[in-house]
Design a protein around this ligand. Structure first.
Ligand SMILES: Nc1ncnc2c1ncn2[C@@H]1O[C@H](COP(=O)(O)OP(=O)(O)OP(=O)(O)O)[C@@H](O)[C@H]1O
Ligand SMILES: [Mg+2]
Length: 247
């Protein structure tokens, strides 16, 4: 299944979500996973993995290189990165679907890390996918932007798997139920605000490897288990975090 991960507002946690979920699916649940950095203008996915790519998605789309030359394997996840150094203000992603389609049968999950907004870049990511996940934060501005991207996905006829509510805190005014009611979609995961997320990115390692038992890691583990329909035994810490109102 090809899943695009999008948001109209930037910085809500799309890349964090894609990198952590994919590492868990590959390593805890033995799934074959590919992640595609379709955020050509401001890519960061490689950074989350500690990868410094040479060949990249743009080279593939411009047919300067074959797709397999731009595939990297880190932590058992295949990565099709974007270039962190080459600037391309108006990237043409119209071939994205065609290129990824050829890889469909090699993987259980293909995640497309989308660019923020509802411009061409984001739209091509949605069009290249079978399902959409919208990442948002418990803030009114993020929620308003999410309404836009939900409408666009519906317009493009790509079903939405659900909402990921990221960076939640105990004293949020906007609760999961408010988000579900406003967007008319289920929240499939609530990921707490966790200062280790930023530490992991600075260490160029996905959080679920950097600190397995931190609150956000456990929330990602729970979602990954739902994705494959397998139960996991969460550590005692999970109960403590839950009692403290993290989830
Ligand atoms: N659960 C979380 N707790 C704390 N900080 C987080 C969490 N998720 C993401 N962040 C922080 O938010 C910032 C943005 O995260 P990320 O790059 O994943 O967002 P994005 O939606 O992919 O951004 P962009 O729109 O630029 O692609 C990062 O600095 C990251 O450390
Ligand atoms: Mg991103």
């Amino acid at each position: 299944m090809i899943i695009s991960v999008v948001s109209a507002k930037g910085g809500v946690g799309k890349t964090t979500f894609v990198s952590n979920l994919s590492v868990l699916l590959a390593n805890k649940f033995q799934q074959r996973v590919l992640v595609v950095d379709a955020n050509i203008t401001t890519p960061t996915l490689s950074f989350h993995f500690g990868l410094v790519p040479e060949a990249n998605l743009l080279d593939v789309l411009e047919e300067k290189t074959l797709l397999h030359n731009a595939l990297y394997s880190y932590h058992n996840v295949d990565i099709l990165p974007a270039s962190m150094v080459r600037d391309q203000p108006y990237p043409d992603l119209s071939l994205l679907r065609f290129k990824i389609e050829n890889l469909r049968n090699n993987y259980d999950f293909i995640f497309i890390d989308g660019a923020a907004g509802i411009g061409r870049e984001a739209i091509e990511a949605i069009k290249a996918s079978d399902r959409v996940i919208v990442v948002t934060n418990p803030e009114i501005t993020a929620l308003m932007s999410s309404m836009k991207v939900v409408r666009i996905a519906k317009l493009l006829n790509v079903p939405i798997l659900g909402i990921v509510l990221n960076k939640t805190r105990r004293d949020d005014e906007l609760k999961k139920q408010d988000v579900e009611r406003t967007l008319g979609l289920p929240v499939i995961a609530t990921i707490p605000y966790d200062k280790n997320v930023n530490k992991a990115i600075n260490a160029m390692q996905p959080l679920v490897l950097y600190k397995q038992d931190s609150p956000a890691s456990l929330a990602f583990a729970l979602l990954a288990s739902k994705f494959v329909g397998r139960e996991i035994k969460l550590p005692f810490k999970y109960k403590i975090y839950k009692a403290l109102g993290y989830f």
